[in-house]
Design a protein around this ligand. Structure first.
Ligand SMILES: NC(=O)c1ccc[n+]([C@@H]2O[C@H](COP(=O)([O-])OP(=O)(O)OC[C@H]3O[C@@H](n4cnc5c(N)ncnc54)[C@H](OP(=O)(O)O)[C@@H]3O)[C@@H](O)[C@H]2O)c1
Length: 186
């Protein structure tokens, strides 16, 4: 059975965007980007909230010429090769290939997708991912915490959820980013 994985790049105090709606402070450097590329490489399907899709669809059209950094070209290829499902009650059309819209996060449909998918599945952003965590759909978490406190904004993890986790991996990067890899305890 495929795993459903929630990944987020967040501040040390746990926010994916600050209270101004900004998240440029979370942008990965080349070392972290290469690591993220390797996390995403085996993923077959991305489940996106509409807001995260609107950020990520940039990868559909980004320049992949030889002048661009290798991590950028690599991630663009990884992104374009995966299927995407965008959850939205407002979005009328998508602007990337291999992409469809769902109007509700149907827990049973995601369970069936996990049973039938040949490769693992990721989910993001924080709002959609939080619903999946609360519904018990998420199997693993990858948190990349940067050396910054932003004081408020959009939390990477859902409120009002109580869950036990098992730490199954960690890594420290030159920039001070720390990667924490957790398995949800059932
Ligand atoms: N830290 C980082 O590295 C990083 C990277 C990229 C982006 N970001 C930030 O993170 C944000 C994305 O996270 P987010 O938590 O704001 O949003 P999100 O989960 O990506 O998207 C929220 C939207 O998804 C749709 N949705 C959510 N639950 C749904 C459901 N059950 N059924 C149908 N549709 C559903 C709704 O879209 P509709 O309103 O269309 O119905 C909702 O407004 C970005 O906007 C950006 O600011 C941070």
């Amino acid at each position: 059975m495929a795993k459903l994985i929630y990944s987020a790049i967040a501040s040390l105090d746990g926010y994916v965007e600050d209270d101004q709606g900004r998240f440029e402070w979370a942008a990965p450097d080349q070392e972290v980007h290469a690591f993220v590329n390797d996390l995403e490489r085996p993923i077959g399907v991305y489940l996106y909230g509409r807001r995260m899709y609107e950020t990520m669809v940039f990868w559909e059209t980004v320049d992949t010429g030889s002048d661009e950094p290798a991590v950028i070209r690599d991630f663009a290829q990884i992104w374009r090769a995966a299927d995407k499902i965008v959850y939205s009650r407002t979005l009328q059309a998508v602007s990337s290939a291999r992409t469809r819209i769902e109007r509700d996060l149907d827990v049973e449909a995601v369970r069936r997708l996990k049973e039938t998918s040949e490769s693992d599945i990721t989910i993001g952003g924080a709002e959609l991912g939080g619903q999946a965590i609360a519904a018990g759909l998420v199997d693993e978490l990858h948190l990349l915490l940067g050396p910054i406190i932003v004081g408020g904004g959009k939390p990477a993890l859902p409120r009002n959820v109580h869950a036990q986790l098992q730490l199954i991996g960690e890594r420290r990067f030159q920039s001070g980013v720390v990667h924490l890899h957790y398995r949800m305890r059932t």
